[in-house]
Design a protein around this ligand. Structure first.
Ligand SMILES: Nc1nc2c(ncn2[C@@H]2O[C@H](COP(=O)(O)OP(=O)(O)OP(=O)(O)O)[C@@H](O)[C@H]2O)c(=O)[nH]1
Length: 311
């Protein structure tokens, strides 16, 4: 039988190397939350990274990596930095508490457990997490187009860049810019310009949907698309599909010198995110290639591989 999973329930990861503690906390919390368990630091980090719980209840004294080290590792990884951590420990001196809070924990509970207190502290952190998540979502979206904004792109770029570096994998950045958009605004009005931006944003989102792909409004009439795990050849196919999809919207633009409809130009830079590569330079390269696409007549994609000059 498939176990019933309430997707609305927030998730707490309980980390302890004593099975009895996992059992006590699991039983106390499973009525209100989905409970995940880990019996060592490595397991905890893996689950936190891949399953993104809303809270971690972390034991301090464990075999191998202890709770302080685990806490620091979670706080250093952009994928887990925003997950609150409550330390659970029998160490109850004030210095221990300070050390825990300094390592990045949000709160502290002591053993033996007072379960009413544990539940109350967990509830507080969960309520805060809900609010933080909502705010995070709001500040990550562009107000006009309702797609991710530049801030969100920068955060995701960091995450995907690190992932690509670990796997020595390809990653591509595509900068896109609407052609002759000033003329569009000047002739059809700013309101029509806004609607045009919304429609372009929507079609870009619809055409870059693989997991890990990210379309964001970079600013003004400029968009950026992040394409992890594919080489230049595949990335060019995606970029070309994006360009065609905008042209296919057939938004009349009589004042464009390159087509009778709204079009975009794109600069696509791809690299293997290995040793010595730099994500800022990859972005600059995409921007340079976008400039080249504009120079060469617009409504086109120019792509290249960014590599280290080792000569
Ligand atoms: N309607 C609307 N226009 C915007 C927005 N943000 C930027 N723009 C306009 O986008 C236009 C960008 O113009 P330019 O940078 O000169 O570029 P362009 O006319 O597209 O020319 P090329 O990029 O060289 O093809 C300006 O007129 C801005 O006012 C927005 O949120 N809404």
């Amino acid at each position: 039988m498939t176990p019933f999973v309430d997707s609305q329930k927030q998730r707490v990861l309980v980390v302890d190397d004593e099975p009895i503690n996992l059992k006590i906390l699991g039983q106390a919390l499973s009525g209100d939350y989905q409970v995940l368990v880990a019996s060592n630091a490595e397991q905890a980090i893996h689950i936190a990274t891949t399953q993104q719980p809303d809270l971690v209840l972390l034991d301090i004294i464990m075999q191998g990596m202890d709770g302080y080290q685990t806490c620091r590792a979670l706080k250093q990884d952009p994928r887990t930095v925003n997950i609150p951590i409550i330390f659970s420990t029998s160490m109850d001196s004030e210095e221990d508490e300070v050390k825990g809070l300094e390592a990045g924990a949000s709160d502290y509970i002591t053993k033996p457990y007072n379960l009413a207190l544990v539940k109350a502290r967990v509830r507080n952190q969960m309520q805060l997490k809900k609010k933080t998540d909502l705010l995070e979502k709001l500040v990550s979206l562009d107000g006009l187009t309702e797609i991710p904004n530049r801030r969100d792109f920068e955060q995701q770029f960091e995450v995907e860049w690190r992932r690509a570096q670990r796997a020595n994998n390809y990653i591509s950045v595509c900068m896109l810019d609407i052609d002759f958009f000033k003329q569009f605004n000047d002739n059809y009005g700013h309101g029509a310009g806004d609607i045009c931006l919304q429609r372009v944003a929507r079609t870009l989102m619809d055409n870059a949907k693989r997991s890990g792909d990210l379309v964001a409004r970079y600013g003004g009439e400029e968009f950026v698309v992040l394409l992890p795990e594919i080489d230049l050849k595949e990335a060019k196919l995606v970029a070309e599909r994006l360009r065609e999809s905008v042209e296919a919207l057939a938004i009349t633009h009589q004042f464009s010198a390159c087509a009778g409809v709204v079009t975009i130009s794109a600069g696509l830079a791809t690299c293997r995110a290995g040793f010595g590569m730099n994500k800022g330079l990859l972005l600059e390269e995409a921007d340079r290639l976008l400039y080249e696409a504009k120079q060469q007549g617009r409504n086109r994609v120019i792509g290249d591989t960014y590599s280290l000059d080792v000569s």
